[in-house]
Design a protein around this ligand. Structure first.
Ligand code: ADP
Ligand code: F6P
Length: 324
């Protein structure tokens, strides 16, 4: 028989992402609606181990849906990667009567959730990362806001690049994944898009492309470089030396992680938060909420973590054709 859940905990873990607050709000309010108690676990698995746990009611999530970051704070916690740390986490859950947890984070956080499930705490994961690098889902909380923030910043860089007839390398986040770079590259009309999944390290090809563009009268040359390739400053120096065209590197950095979430991130995060509570109330554990092929669905975390994902070939080829 499925375990009856009376009290649930919610935590955010790994890098923060805009929309995490909307997910927290949805978890808290959906749970209260079902007559469950809710505890907020602060600073991810760190706060779990250190017993940094607060009671949450419907007003503790008032006025947060529009805010970036996470009101529960987030952290990375090495200790939770050890059996002792995981045991301590499960003990703290027992102490607070927490029989179910919603973990909002990325792949690493879900590995932690797996361990909690093994220790007898029902766990549900929500994909919260700007990187869009979780294989089982076409949507992750925060990606939409991050690409819109980066896109607006890159439009501004384009203005100054054109005025000075410069080449600009703009480095966007994404860890080892190129989704932010691909989306911004297309949306900003970049001349080159460098993705970790596809880049062949042929800088001469890049240089030739810049020179050809200049010969055809292009006033600027925008290169969107993914964090997973990096080295934007050195690349700019080498391009300037080889082409004679003034070249600047801009690393957008954490501005992509902050800021007020878009409508899509608020709405999808709300649906996912509510879905997670439905799963817990049904006695489910070790599941991950995802958005796949136009629908909200859930997967076993073990299966989800074994899946792989790559840049869509059609989108990649299209990005090449459009940036000619
Ligand atoms: P993300 O969740 O964004 O992928 P991390 O990879 O940094 O971020 O993972 C976040 C946290 O999840 C880690 O600091 C750690 O506490 C926990 N975690 C990661 N991997 C494991 C693991 N194999 N076992 C237990 N906990 C893990
Ligand atoms: O996962 C989100 C992300 O911003 C990645 O794009 C980036 O590689 C990483 O987190 C940076 O992490 P930190 O917060 O440790 O600088």
């Amino acid at each position: 028989m499925a375990k009856e859940i009376k009290t649930i905990g919610v935590l955010t873990s790994g890098g923060d992402a805009p929309g995490m607050n909307a997910a927290i709000r949805a978890v808290v309010r959906s749970a209260i609606n079902k007559g469950l108690k809710v505890k907020g676990i602060q600073k991810g698995y760190n706060g779990l181990i250190n017993d940094e746990i607060i009671d949450m009611d419907k007003t503790s999530v008032s006025d947060i849906i529009q805010r970036g970051g996470t009101v529960l704070y987030t952290a990375r916690c090495l200790e939770f990667m050890t059996p002792e740390g995981q045991h301590r986490g499960a003990e703290v859950c027992k102490k607070h009567g927490i029989d179910g947890i919603v973990v909002i984070g990325g792949d690493g956080s879900f590995r932690g959730a797996q361990k909690l499930a093994e220790a007898g705490v029902n766990t549900i994961g929500l994909p919260g990362t700007i990187d869009l690098d979780i294989a089982c889902t076409d949507y992750t909380i925060g990606f939409d806001t991050a690409v819109n923030t980066a896109m607006e910043a890159i439009d501004k860089i384009r203005d100054t690049s054109t005025s000075h007839e410069r080449c600009s390398i703009i480095e966007v986040m994404g860890r080892n994944a190129g989704y932010i770079a691909l989306w911004c590259g297309v949306a900003n009309g970049a001349e080159d898009i460098l993705l970790p999944e596809r880049y062949n390290n042929d800088e001469q090809e890049l240089i030739n492309h810049i020179i050809e563009g200049r010969k055809r009268g292009k006033k600027h040359h925008l290169i969107i470089n993914a964090e997973g390739i990096g080295h934007s400053t050195g690349m700019a120096r080498r391009i300037e030396a080889a082409t004679g065209i003034e070249t600047r590197a801009t690393i957008l950095g954490y501005m992509q992680r902050g800021g007020s979430p878009t409508c899509k991130d608020r709405m999808y995060a709300s649906i996912m938060g509510s879905y997670a509570v439905d799963l817990l109330a049904e006695g489910k554990s070790n599941r991950l909420v995802a958005f796949k092929d136009g629908k909200f669905v859930d997967y076993d975390i073990d299966e989800a973590l074994a899946m792989t994902k790559d840049i869509d070939e059609y989108e990649f080829n299209m990005s090449k054709r459009l940036s000619m």
